[in-house]
Design a protein. Structure first.
Length: 315
């Protein structure tokens, strides 16, 4: 056991205890958590800063407002419902078609109006929220993913998480939906995690249920060596997001819409550690290198340039 721990430490693998003590507690004042944990507030801050986000069609805050769902989406063809304070992708429902008597979700399953209202009621009661606290339901624009991902995604929208320290990009992962994940880009539900070369925006190895994969299990297409469009813009957006919340250590989730380009989805105060597996390298050495250089890294441009220069998969 101690031999394994020693090897992991030498490889620079960041464990959950070290993440929480050395980075989350150190760089993320608890008073700032609501700025990230509340997705509506994050969206407002991003819009004020000129960062593109999926349009918010409306919110439902009480059981008495459940019937307003029909009017909120009356002129829409599709939409997404999600918990305002949800985590891990739980409670998100993607509606691809509105019918006279109900809806079709992303898997093609029919959902009656009553069943969708029941789902929203569960959101309000905190079934999917942090700490099971009462919550709000958000109804927003459904992202149409960039066709660069068409061959390596099953139905849902892939997203990109970039972990940053004081606005300096540290490591990134592309999350690809699968049939098992129900079209959701959530690793715990069965999505694929793909490492990304920070310098080039090129995909690396894939990890699926802790096993290395080179092809998407549903499409059979290679997931490596794909260039992610707008990569410089994505790194800049992630770095700029530090100014939204003031949280020093965070994961920034971004999607690429085929028409609108990069959109900020949310900010995570305790980003997961499995992106180390996908990138086949640890976070610790990178984080320490950033901490040493922080006094000299002032502008967003400097922070992005530092990440690209120091954290190439080759270098």
């Amino acid at each position: 056991m101690f031999s394994t721990l020693k090897k992991l430490k030498k490889a620079g693998i960041l464990g959950i205890n070290s993440r929480n003590i050395d980075y989350v507690l150190k760089y993320n004042p608890r008073k700032l958590y609501p700025l990230a944990d509340n997705k509506i507030r994050t969206k407002e801050l991003a819009s004020e800063a000129g960062i593109e986000v999926p349009d918010l069609y409306g919110t439902i805050s009480s059981v008495g407002e459940l019937k307003s769902l029909r009017s909120i989406v009356a002129d829409k063809n599709d939409f997404v419902i999600k918990p305002c304070r949800g985590c891990g992708g739980e409670g998100i429902t993607v509606i691809t078609e509105i019918q006279d008597d109900g809806y079709l979700d992303i898997s093609g399953k029919f959902i009656s109006r009553r069943d969708l209202q029941h789902h929203v009621a569960n959101i309000l009661h905190g079934l999917f929220s942090l700490g099971s606290r009462p919550d709000q339901a958000m109804i927003e624009y459904r992202v149409r993913f960039d066709q660069v991902f068409a061959e390596v995604s099953y139905k849902g929208v892939p997203d990109i998480r970039i972990v940053t320290l004081k606005g300096v990009p540290v490591m990134a992962i592309l999350r690809l939906p699968t049939k098992i994940s129900g079209g959701k880009a959530n690793l715990h539900q069965g999505a694929i995690g793909v490492g990304i070369d920070l310098a080039k925006g090129k995909t690396l190895n894939g990890v699926w249920f802790n096993q290395t994969v080179s092809d998407h299990p549903d499409t059979g297409k290679a997931i490596m060596d794909r260039i992610i469009p707008h990569w410089e813009t994505l790194l800049t957006l992630a770095s700029k997001s530090y100014g939204l919340t003031g949280l020093g250590y965070q994961g920034v989730d971004i999607v690429l819409d085929r028409d609108r380009g990069p959109l900020l989805l949310e900010v995570n105060t305790r980003p997961g550690l499995n992106l180390q597996i996908a990138n086949q390298t640890g976070l610790t050495l990178r984080l320490k290198k950033i901490e040493e250089a922080l006094p000299q890294l002032i502008s967003i441009e400097e922070k992005v340039a530092f990440a690209k220069e120091n954290f190439s998969h080759i270098g």
